[in-house]
Write a protein that binds this ligand. Structure first.
Ligand code: SAM
Length: 218
C-alpha cells in the first residue's frame, strides 16, 4: 500500500498546543517536550482520522491495538532519561510513534512488535519519514537476548509482572520502564539496575495499556 504523506509542518501549531498541554499536565523534561513538538503524530493516522492526531488521547491503529496517548508517551520517555546514543529496547512497536520520539532524542532504538502487520507497517512508515530504528517481529516479553545488553528498556503494553529476562538484559545503571498490573489497569514501574544482582524499584502512577501478550506475559 502506498502511503501518502502531507508536509511535516502541517499541524505544527497543533503540536505546539499539545506540548503546552503536556507541560500543564506535569511533563517537565524540556528535551522530551521538544521531541514531542517535532515528531508529526498525524503521519500515524489514516487521513480520515488525522483531526484526532493532536488530541491527548490514545487511538486505534488496527489489530485491536492503539497508538499510546501523548501524555503516556511523554511520561514513559521522561522516566527513561535518554542520553544521545543510548541503546534502547522498545517492546511494543505498535504505530512506531514512540520509536520516533526515542530516535529524535538520539537513542539507538531496537523495537519489537508481536503482530507482523503492525511491525511491517511501522517499519515502512519510519523508513519513508526518515526515522532510523532496528525492527524485530516476535515476542518481546523475553527481550532480545542476542542484541542485549541495553541501556534502557521501555515496555508499551501492560505486564502482569516484571519479566526477569528484561532486568537481565539491562546494563548496570540501566533503566526499565514497564506498566505492571492486571488487564484493566497498571502502575508504571521503573527499575534501576544497580549491580548484576540488585535493582531499585519505584512504583508510580496508574495507566491503562493493552496487554503484553507472550511467554513472560499474559
Ligand atoms: N509504542 C506504541 C506506539 O507508539 O504506537 C504503542 C503500542 S500499543 C499501546 C502496544 C503494542 O504492544 C501493541 O502493538 C501490541 O501488539 C504490542 N505487544 C503486546 N505484547 C507484545 C509482545 N510480547 N512483544 C511485542 N509486542 C507486543
Amino acid at each position: 500500500m502506498a502511503i501518502k504523506y502531507v508536509d511535516g509542518y502541517r499541524d505544527k501549531g497543533l503540536r505546539k498546543a499539545l506540548v503546552e498541554e503536556l507541560r500543564k499536565k506535569g511533563i517537565e523534561d524540556e528535551k522530551v517536550l521538544e521531541a514531542m513538538g517535532k515528531v508529526p503524530r498525524h503521519y500515524f493516522f489514516e487521513e480520515t482520522f488525522r483531526n484526532q492526531a493532536y488530541k491527548d488521547i490514545a487511538f486505534r491503529i488496527g489489530e485491536g491495538q492503539t497508538i499510546s496517548q501523548p501524555y503516556t508517551v511523554a511520561y514513559q520517555t521522561q522516566l527513561l532519561h535518554i542520553h544521545k546514543d543510548d541503546k534502547v529496547l522498545e517492546i511494543g512497536t505498535g504505530s512506531g510513534y514512540q520509536t520516533c520520539i526515542l530516535a529524535e532524542l538520539g537513542a539507538k532504538v531496537y523495537t519489537i512488535e508481536r503482530i507482523e502487520k503492525l511491525h511491517l507497517q511501522a517499519k515502512e512508515l519510519l523508513h519513508e519519514i526518515g526515522y532510523k530504528a532496528r525492527f524485530f517481529c516476535g515476542d518481546g516479553s523475553k527481550g532480545i537476548a542476542n542484541r542485549a545488553p541495553f541501556d534502557k528498556i521501555i515496555v508499551t503494553a501492560g505486564a502482569p509482572t516484571v519479566p526477569d529476562e528484561l532486568v537481565k538484559q539491562l546494563n548496570i545503571g540501566g533503566i526499565l520502564v514497564i506498566p505492571v498490573g492486571d488487564q484493566k489497569s497498571q502502575k508504571m514501574v521503573t527499575i534501576l539496575k544497580t549491580s548484576e544482582a540488585d535493582y531499585e524499584k519505584i512504583v508510580l502512577d496508574t495507566f491503562r495499556f493493552v496487554p503484553l501478550v507472550g511467554d513472560k506475559a499474559w
